[in-house]
Design a binder for this molecule. Structure first.
Ligand SMILES: Cc1cc2nc3c(=O)[nH]c(=O)nc-3n(C[C@H](O)[C@H](O)[C@H](O)COP(=O)(O)OP(=O)(O)OC[C@H]3O[C@@H](n4cnc5c(N)ncnc54)[C@H](O)[C@@H]3O)c2cc1C
Length: 424
């Protein structure tokens, strides 16, 4: 059987359940990628990060990867001679809509679409309460998710597959040069994981909240593009490292929540919060633009936004601080921030982004909703105690002495005489 394997958010060869399945039933296998329609709307960093992932995947395939930037239905018109298309099943709103449209187009050409596996250790829609309803709260979800367990990583003997040579490889064109060096791909993802295991995993629970340290895995880009599967990570963690496993589970929880509530990609999980009064972006555009540019005057907020603009990534603590600031201090609706993140984040993940925003905005799955406000000054004092993070991304504050630190930045009222962590 001649099969086309359609890569999506699973840009890897190993531990790819759907690809292993396709290889097991194919006499000939065409590896194919259709560039997402919103590519031109993304920031150059995000565009380059996808191109790098595709280039790395293509290099690792003996015959290379077929890439088309055409939209449906043109994208699949040339698939004559193919008996079946196999892909990893999408569970996010946009991915599900794309696969539904794809199935229709293929059906018209007499080609079947088979969707297999998922980009999660436990596929969204699997974990339920005893009464078979979905879970809306993370901790009980985590307990059931852990008890459910997951498969061992899937292996593929790449050389034994009869790959079809692509007829076209049309890389999408980024709208500008890459402002930073971007490294991506399956091999790089594995190296990143190995380095994290040696470098930071042991101290993860202590350092993961500190944007001034490199205490986290930096695997979010790889997970979002599917250069590594969470199964691969979980298999190596074994029984230990619960704090890190719990973070992986947040990604799985949000995927489950979005799958069960596809409208919450851009809509309120708790609709009553839609009725609150919000700032009007047309009227208060200066405040919104200052937030985007990292020019609010709040050092940790500005450092975080500039980290996003310059690198395409932002630390989790910083994401919570800037999201809280946008919604609870500037009073904008969370979607404005989520859309900006979507454009910029190289690790953009629809479920983690929409529900990370809604959690922080207080209209999502958090049990203590709108009255939890992150004080942007105290957060800086606590999680960037020496001001190193601010100094790195806000050059106009570099001259401020580390012992003056946050005190000089306007936090006098709340600060103890000696700053925690500052050796002065
Ligand atoms: C407002 C907001 C928006 C966010 N948008 C995204 C997004 O678009 N894409 C994205 O991958 N993550 C998002 N997150 C979650 C989190 O900030 C990033 O996953 C994390 O910062 C990535 O860095 P890391 O890989 O070093 O994380 P680590 O701390 O090393 O965690 C390992 C992995 O666990 C997962 N993870 C960790 N924390 C979370 C979390 N809170 N929610 C969901 N998954 C988590 C990620 O896949 C991450 O790569 C968002 C969080 C907030 C508050």
């Amino acid at each position: 059987m001649k099969i086309a394997f359609l890569f999506g958010r699973d840009l890897r060869l190993q531990d790819n359940q759907a690809l292993s399945y396709a290889a097991s039933i194919a006499t000939e296998l065409l590896p194919l990628y259709v560039v997402p329609e919103d590519f031109d709307e993304l920031s150059p960093i995000r565009q380059h990060s996808l191109v790098e992932s595709l280039a790395s995947l293509s290099d690792s395939l003996p015959m290379g990867l077929e890439i088309t930037s055409e939209k449906l239905p043109e994208a699949v018109k040339g698939l004559s001679g193919i008996d079946k298309v196999v892909a990893t099943r999408a569970f996010d709103t946009t991915g599900m809509l794309f696969q539904a449209a794809l199935a229709e187009q293929l059906y018209d050409q007499g080609i079947a679409l088979e969707l297999v596996g998922s980009n999660y250790a436990v596929s969204p829609g699997t974990i339920v309460k005893d009464d078979l309803t979905p879970l809306k709260v993370y901790t009980p979800f985590y307990k059931r998710w852990l008890a459910h367990g997951w498969d061992e990583p899937y292996k593929l003997d790449v050389e034994s597959v009869n790959w079809v040579r692509p007829t076209k490889t049309q890389y999408p064109k980024p709208s500008g040069p890459a402002p930073i060096t971007i490294r991506a791909g399956e091999a790089f993802a594995l190296r990143t994981f190995r380095r994290f295991q040696k470098r930071a995993l042991a101290d993860y629970s202590e350092n993961r909240n500190r944007p001034d340290l490199s205490g986290t895995s930096h695997l979010s880009h790889a997970l979002a593009h599917g250069e590594i599967h969470p199964r691969t990570l979980l298999a190596e963690l074994g029984e230990g490292h619960e704090v890190f496993r719990k973070e992986i589970a947040w990604r799985e929880f949000y995927a489950d929540v979005l799958y069960r509530n596809p409208h919450t990609l851009y809509d309120y999980f708790e609709p009553r919060f839609q009725k609150m009064r919000y700032a009007d972006p047309a009227v208060d555009s200066a405040a919104l633009e200052a937030w985007k540019a990292g020019k609010t005057g709040y050092p940790i907020v500005d450092a975080a936004m500039r980290q996003l603009n310059q690198t395409g990534w932002m630390h989790n603590r910083s994401r919570m601080i800037v999201a809280s600031f946008l919604v609870k201090d500037l009073h904008f609706e969370w979607q404005l921030g989520a859309r900006y993140f979507e454009k910029k984040l190289t690790d953009f993940d629809p479920a983690s982004n929409s529900h990370g925003w809604q959690w922080t905005a207080g209209c999502g799955t958090d049990a203590s909703p709108y009255y939890r406000v992150f004080n942007p000054v105290l957060q800086g004092v606590k999680f960037d105690p020496n001001g190193d993070y601010v100094r790195k991304f806000v050059p106009e504050l570099r001259h401020i002495d580390r012992c003056q630190g946050p005190r000089a930045l306007g936090a006098n009222r709340w600060l103890p005489a000696r700053l925690p962590g500052a050796d002065c």
